[in-house]
Ligand binder design. Structure first.
Ligand SMILES: Nc1ncnc2c1ncn2[C@@H]1O[C@H](COP(=O)(O)OP(=O)(O)O)[C@@H](O)[C@H]1O
Ligand SMILES: CSC[C@H]1O[C@H](OP(=O)(O)O)[C@H](O)[C@@H]1O
Length: 397
């Protein structure tokens, strides 16, 4: 991967992005380049650049000095582009084939150029369309186990681990999660966004001091537990899929945090999709959650047995305790994700796309119930096979 930091920052447009790609020699000399801005995320510009002669294409992603969805009133560090490109490279090393290949990055321009995955579909859309995704759960379980175990103290020497913790300090993006996932949805905060009919359910949540105490404890974990290099935003909109392939994108929120956070966000987004479905279509989602967890825990355990450098790792019960704690945390983080995607700033199409409106309100009300119960009762859930019953019971009104 080439790395440059010579030019001055300027936001690109379709023509300057194509010109940059040509100047960098990313395409053959005689290419005829076409460029389209395709970004549909909250934060960055994403350009697809295609050589109309050969059909070869690349993705050029550029961070803006602010959050795209809000505008210049929400300044945001360009350093997230460095975090994203280096996390993609690290994840490719640890979980080969499960992230797009990075072919160029420039810290000053806040640019990452990577493999075009347009032959795949964003997992959130595929799940909404009820596509068959036989490998998604296993591949994400394996991705999480490998990236999280091999960046933890179980695998790394202490100095190397702390060096990585420093490299992935990501305060601006962590602050977004601290606010939008762990704080604002639990209070009557300006950033929240929900339908007026949800106000009674939101007010019930804000008045629930038990759930707030649990949310405070989960937030504290996120703030302080530097277990491993997280993806940090592993929702189903950050994953490309087909029936055969899975590729994880968009790790700009990467930092050293609690291991349960990535599984929690992924499971939380699967639960959001389950909420959007009729009961008879939900089983496949609960099966995916089970498969995700069993692949994660089996891969994590195998890595532990083969590569742990921790003296205590052979002590009876330590691996089981570690996995049990990760699962409990994941369930709590999933609950926070379900709540924030229902009444917080950043919504998901799984819920917002539900028609008719009355049904949407009913499902979102259930989502708030589910989120609250996941957070409060996470200690009682010890394995994913319990989730289907828990889910059905939680949303019964
Ligand atoms: N490597 C890629 N190949 C094809 N499309 C991509 C790629 N990366 C991003 N995209 C497209 O751009 C969109 C936004 O990308 P994302 O990385 O999620 O941006 P943001 O950081 O703004 O959320 C994705 O939903 C996808 O449609
Ligand atoms: C104003 S940022 C809101 C939200 O957006 C991020 O997601 P993405 O970059 O995939 O669009 C992240 O989940 C943030 O919490």
């Amino acid at each position: 991967m080439a790395l440059a930091s010579s030019s001055l920052y300027e936001p690109l447009n379709e023509s300057s992005a194509a010109a940059l790609a040509a100047r960098l020699g990313l395409f053959e000399t005689n290419s005829v380049l076409q460029c389209e801005e395709i970004g549909d995320g909250n934060l960055n510009l994403v350009f697809r650049i295609t050589d109309s002669k050969s059909g070869h294409s690349l993705i050029l992603k550029q961070a803006l000095p602010y959050a795209k969805v809000i505008g210049e009133s929400w300044p945001l560090t360009l350093d997230r582009a460095r975090i994203e490109s280096s996390a993609l490279v690290k994840q490719a090393e640890l979980a080969p084939g499960l992230v797009p290949e990075v072919c160029y990055s420039d810290q000053t321009l806040a640019v990452t150029v990577m493999e075009d995955l347009s032959h795949l579909q964003i997992a959130r859309k595929a799940l909404i369309e009820k596509k068959n995704l036989p490998h998604l759960a296993g591949q994400i379980g394996s991705f999480m186990a490998r990236t999280l175990f091999y960046t933890s103290d179980f695998a790394l020497k202490p100095h190397a681990k702390k060096q990585l913790v420093l490299q992935y300090m990501n305060p601006d993006l962590c602050k977004i999660t601290e606010d939008l996932v762990f704080t604002d949805p639990f209070f009557d905060h300006d950033s929240n966004d929900f339908e007026p009919e949800l106000r009674p359910a939101a007010e019930a949540l804000w008045a629930d001091s038990e759930v707030k105490l649990h949310a405070a404890k989960l937030k504290k974990k996120f703030l302080t537990e530097a277990d491993a290099l997280l993806h940090g935003d592993l929702h189903t909109g950050s994953i490309f899929v087909s029936e055969e392939e899975t590729k994880v994108i968009d790790p700009e929120f990467a930092f050293f945090g609690p291991i349960g956070f990535d599984p929690g966000q992924f499971i939380g987004n699967l639960l959001l999709n389950a909420l959007s479905r009729e009961e008879e279509d939900q089983d496949v989602i609960f099966e995916a959650i089970e498969k995700t967890w069993y692949t994660f825990s089996a891969t994590f355990a195998a890595s532990w047995k083969q590569d742990s450098r921790e003296r205590f790792s052979e002590v009876d019960g330590y691996l089981d305790h570690t996995l049990g704690q990760i699962f409990e945390d994941a369930i709590g983080f999933a609950g926070c994700e379900v709540i924030r995607r229902t009444i917080g700033l950043a919504h998901v199409e799984d819920l917002d796309g539900i028609e008719p409106y009355e049904k949407r309100i009913q499902v979102k009300t259930s989502a708030l119930e589910l989120g609250r119960k996941l957070i409060k009762q996470r200690h009682n859930l010890t394995e994913p096979g319990q989730l289907k019953r828990f889910f059905r019971h939680a949303i019964l009104r």
